[in-house]
Design a protein around this ligand. Structure first.
Ligand SMILES: Cc1ncc(COP(=O)(O)O)c(C=O)c1O
Length: 424
């Protein structure tokens, strides 16, 4: 045990005796260990009181940063001794059986910022669960179970979505449990002839063709943009063959790329949201067209897709407050403008370096620094560790950690970004 019981190292040692070894990141424990304690905006403090600039923002989940006023305001209602209400707000509304006012408010708030055709919403807790709802919806709608997904695409690791997540290292240990014949994986951005061929192949298989699942920009895959109009082509191709287009906007949606959703311009049937949606709370959603979502049977008192914490009122209240604030301050515009500025700055400063291949911009505040291939350890992961020691939180991404992703809060100040960039 380290000397100081309140040091990062001591806390990490404790963690490593209780958490599953798959979850704890031992490299972080050795190289400048960090255990977070508190946070506000884009600043995070560790248990030793050291401050970090957070350019990761909870894997891109915090549009307004940590603990924004609008979220604090919701929590303050729960403070003991609040005489303004006889009862504090409800924290659990019994899911789909007894809905809460907070859930209804969130659903209406989310619907108000989405394109009109995405008129029905199903709530869940994690991103993977929202994608699972989309896959199930497509199956109910088409009566088929075969999907097309893309290389380096990430859709979560729950068993229901693993077949469409690209990473073989995530799938291999569970291969015996997975039906790998239900998903055909194609190169991201591939030609439509390949897509047509894959659809034909699924159609002639027992699973049939149900839909195409795609991220508008590969996120975990290292911020890779598709060719122009590619998503549009996917929608047309899916529809021509009786299938659906599912856009996974868990990372890209609700402002991250400077717009609420790619479905503003692409005829997607189902769109998945997570991360930013909860305002920091675990919450996700699958929004879809009326005709598609009505493939679900009408509830007769017991839903066939449900969960104890679906529509959790406290999460819904925080999410709705956060969405309203995002709309009020126009985070989409902020993300577009700050993102363009940051991209220029990074390109000017880093592109001439011999170890850097390119700076990738996914639009808004979704940027990756992509390193040249090297024989040594993954350069994105090395950069992430070094930056952490210098007080900047980032995230390695891309195949084998060859990139470093930046997904800061959408309202981060340029001063703070410039301060962080000094460490690059
Ligand atoms: C595009 C995309 N889909 C799905 C997921 C899974 O979300 P969660 O980790 O909340 O299950 C992620 C998470 O990073 C993601 O980036």
């Amino acid at each position: 045990m380290s000397q100081n019981p309140n040091s990062n190292a001591a806390w990490l040692e404790r963690l490593m005796t209780v958490e599953c070894q798959d979850a704890t990141y031992p490299v972080a424990a050795q190289n400048h260990p960090v255990v977070f304690d508190s946070a506000r905006g884009a600043l995070v403090r560790d248990v030793e009181g050291r401050e970090y600039i957070d350019l990761c923002a909870g894997f891109g989940a915090l549009a307004l940063g940590h603990n924004p006023d609008c979220v604090q305001h919701v929590f303050s209602k729960y403070a003991p001794g609040d005489a303004s209400a006889k009862f504090p707000p409800i924290v659990h509304g019994l899911g789909d059986v007894y809905p809460s006012r907070a859930k209804i408010d969130l659903l209406e708030t989310l619907k108000s910022i989405l394109p009109r055709h995405l008129s029905r919403i199903s709530l869940a807790i994690s991103g993977g669960q929202a994608v699972e709802v989309a896959l199930k919806t497509a199956m109910l709608h088409s009566g088929a179970a075969g999907f097309i997904s893309f290389q380096e695409g990430y859709h979560g690791v729950d068993l229901g979505v693993l077949p469409v997540t690209s990473r073989s290292d995530f799938k291999l240990p569970f291969k015996k449990f997975l039906n790998d014949r239900i998903a055909i994986e194609l190169p991201y951005g591939c030609d439509m002839t390949l897509v047509a061929k894959a659809i034909t192949s699924l159609k002639s298989a027992p699973c049939g063709f149900s839909g195409i699942v795609a991220e508008p920009v590969l996120g975990r895959g290292g911020v890779i943009n598709p060719p122009e109009n590619w998503l549009d082509g996917l929608a047309k191709m899916a529809h021509a063959h009786g299938g659906l287009l599912i856009l996974d906007e868990i990372l890209t949606g609700l402002g991250r790329r400077g717009k609420w959703t790619e479905a503003e311009s692409v005829d997607a049937d189902l769109v998945c949201f997570g991360k930013v949606l909860g305002g920091g709370m675990p919450l996700s959603a699958c929004a879809g067209k009326e005709a598609v979502m009505s493939a679900w049977p009408k509830s007769t008192g017991e839903a066939i897709h449900t969960g104890t914490f679906f529509g959790h009122p406290l999460s819904c209240e925080v999410a709705a407050a956060s969405l309203r604030e995002m709309k009020r301050i126009d985070v989409c515009k902020m993300a577009r403008e700050t993102g363009a500025w940051l991209y220029e700055l990074l390109s000017d400063r880093l592109k001439p370096r011999p170890d850097i291949e390119e700076i990738r911009w996914g639009g808004g505040l979704m940027i990756a620094i992509h390193y040249k291939d090297s024989a040594g350890p993954a350069p994105g992961a090395v950069a992430m560790d070094r930056l952490r020691a210098l007080g900047v939180i980032t995230l390695a991404s891309g195949r084998g950690g060859t990139s470093l992703s930046l997904t800061p809060p959408l309202n981060i100040s340029r001063d703070l970004l410039a301060q962080a960039l000094a460490s690059f």
